[in-house]
Design a protein around this ligand. Structure first.
Ligand SMILES: [Zn+2]
Length: 578
């Protein structure tokens, strides 16, 4: 019998290899440690065991194998985690259905066409004399040759049919048109054209656009020499694989860094993304247009708790910021706005020096703070009109702050800036009503309760010490979600499907016992005692509730029976304590 795909994947991919793509692993004896990406912490409590191929976090209690990790970190369900890891391990999964194959093939053709076009543009950039000006331009903008290659920047020759003819050798023109690379001529009836199609991108520096999985979905073409009636930028049209409102430029390259830092830097242009990455800020992305959509915010919000918007300091930048805030502020994300000051755009600041950009990002103020400065600079508080404008701008922003401490901080600040009583600002704010905050669909950090912790600890110690005697005083139901583990140990049944659970339970106690120098046997005894006590207390609460209702119904017989039971339970508890 063949191994299951899950086992095949586990055989091929080591846990350290998979996790190190998302967290910084540090050696700790035979294991490794990392800061947990699933809860915020300053000292590492996520432990990885390479020999057992499992991980466990002592902070939030999460743990499992590589599949569990990918599920959580990529925010996907098991089938998608399986697909991601199968891809990485080079293992083919089940045969897809005919319909799936058809959709896949249709999309695959579009990815392939875009990818081949990207390769073509790259070749032109590096080899054609026609592109030397474009290459010089990119170098003058401060990009290294390696960066130009990494981002697959290219050049579309200034001709109507070069790309069409090149791609037509391998693909159908209808598909090339569907991919958005050539345009069908729209001629009046009766007129004959020498060619049916022409290239969309001509005489432009080409930035390939990849989706979150690194597939080629489209392009942005930037003109080299400004011309009348010609846009500075031309984008691929919407296609079955390219949706402007969903694609985030640079996301594929930035994703791991965003997960590691839990922070994303959002800039406006492709060039800004590339130079920011080159300067060491690999968590930088850009929206495809000027507006940032809710879809894009939600996608980034899966991994980032903090958004730093670093948009061009012209009017468009300000407008984009305001539009952005209207969606982003509804979600409890920390939003900061980088102040570019004298610099026109991020690219210009980065060119001035890496430290300049680093400073701008690190000192980026909270968005309310940002608009405070802006409003007080723009409007005069000595005129009634100015005061009104400041109030109109700032009150809704202050009202959208989630934290009540920060809200009252800004109220005080606004009152003192305007020279009015704080109470009048608070009163105005109350008129606006409290906004509702939506949570991004991210799994909440759930702290384990004591009962669950004791169940895991006891079973882990039993497995570790290979001593199941202590289990005889319990029943399967005492172990909640681990009832099957209890039964399997207690009856010495072979349960291959529980192997990971066994490993995890043992690994959890083992690392803690080693780290804290505890006596495993003593820990086992005390865990058993405490679990017993917690279970007895739960039972007493249940009996006490039943007793109350029996008393209300004046059911003397049941009352007597339950009272006896209650006394019995409390005796058992006091015996445990002695
Ligand atoms: Zn954790």
């Amino acid at each position: 019998m063949l191994d299951s795909p899950v086992q095949q994947i586990k055989d091929r991919l080591s846990i350290t290899e998979v996790l190190s793509g998302y967290v910084q692993l540090k050696k700790a004896g035979v294991n490794s440690k990392a800061l947990c990406p699933f809860h915020s912490e300053k000292t590492p409590s996520l432990i990885v065991s390479p020999s057992k191929q499992i991980w466990h976090c002592f902070g939030c209690g999460r743990g499992g194998d590589i599949f569990e990790f990918i599920k959580l970190v990529e925010n996907v369900e098991f089938p998608e985690a399986l697909r991601i890891l199968a891809d990485r391990a080079g293992i083919e999964l089940r045969k897809p259905t005919a319909q799936e194959i058809k959709i896949d093939q249709d999309r695959n053709v579009l990815y392939q066409i875009n990818e081949l076009a990207a390769e073509y543009y790259v070749k032109v950039l590096w080899e054609s004399p026609q592109a030397s000006e474009a290459l010089n331009y990119l170098r003058q903008r401060g990009l290294t040759d390696q960066t130009i290659k990494n981002w697959q920047l290219g050049y579309a020759p200034d001709d109507y049919h070069y790309l069409e003819n090149f791609l037509a050798k391998s693909f159908d023109k209808k598909d090339i048109e569907l991919a958005g690379l050539i345009i069908k001529k729209d001629l009046p009836a009766g007129r004959q054209a020498t060619a049916e199609y022409f290239d969309r991108f001509r005489g432009r520096i080409m930035f390939p656009i990849l989706d979150a999985k690194g597939r080629h979905v489209g392009f942005t073409g930037r003109i080299l020499k400004p011309q009348d009636n010609v846009g500075k930028y031309v984008n691929s049209p919407e296609t079955p694989v390219y949706s402007k409102s969903k694609i985030i430029y640079g996301y594929f390259a930035a994703k791991r860094s965003i997960i590691k830092e839990q922070k994303v830097i959002i800039v406006e242009g492709q060039m800004d993304v590339i130079t920011s990455h080159q300067a060491g800020f690999a968590n930088t992305v850009a929206s495809s247009g000027t507006a940032f959509t809710l879809d894009q915010i939600m996608e980034l919000g899966k991994h980032a708790k903090e958004f730093v918007f670093a948009l061009d300091s012209d009017k468009a930048g300000t407008m984009a910021t305001t539009a952005l805030l209207n969606t982003a502020k509804q979600y409890s994300i920390i939003i900061k706005i980088a102040e570019l000051g004298e610099y026109k755009d991020p690219d210009e600041a980065i060119k001035k020096g890496m430290h300049v950009w680093k400073d701008i990002i690190e000192k980026a103020p909270h968005f309310v703070e940002y608009f405070f400065h802006k409003a007080l600079k723009e409007f005069s508080i000595s005129e009634a009109d100015g005061v009104q404008k400041i109030k109109d701008l700032l009150l809704p922003l202050i009202n959208s702050v989630d934290s009540s401490i920060l809200r009252s901080h800004y109220c005080r600040k606004l009152a003192s800036a305007l020279g009015v009583a704080e109470a009048s600002v608070t009163a105005e704010l109350q008129k606006l009503g409290k906004p509702e905050f939506k949570q991004l669909p991210k799994e909440e950090y759930r702290k384990k309760d004591r009962l669950e912790w004791l169940q895991e600890r006891l079973l882990g110690l039993v497995i570790r010490l290979k001593d199941k005697a202590v289990l005889s005083q319990f029943e399967p139901s005492d172990f909640g979600a681990y009832a099957n583990v209890y039964t399997s140990i207690y009856t010495s049944a072979q349960s291959p499907e529980l192997k990971t659970a066994f490993d995890l339970l043992e690994f959890g106690v083992q690392t803690e016992i080693e780290a804290q120098g505890l006596d495993a046997k003593a820990e086992l005894a005390s865990a058993a005692r405490e679990l017993k006590r917690v279970l007895l207390k739960q039972q007493m609460e249940k009996v006490s509730a039943e007793l109350k209702s029996a008393e209300q119904q004046k059911d003397q017989q049941t009352v007597r029976k339950l009272s006896e039971e209650y006394v019995g339970l409390s005796k058992k508890i006091s015996q445990l304590q002695s």
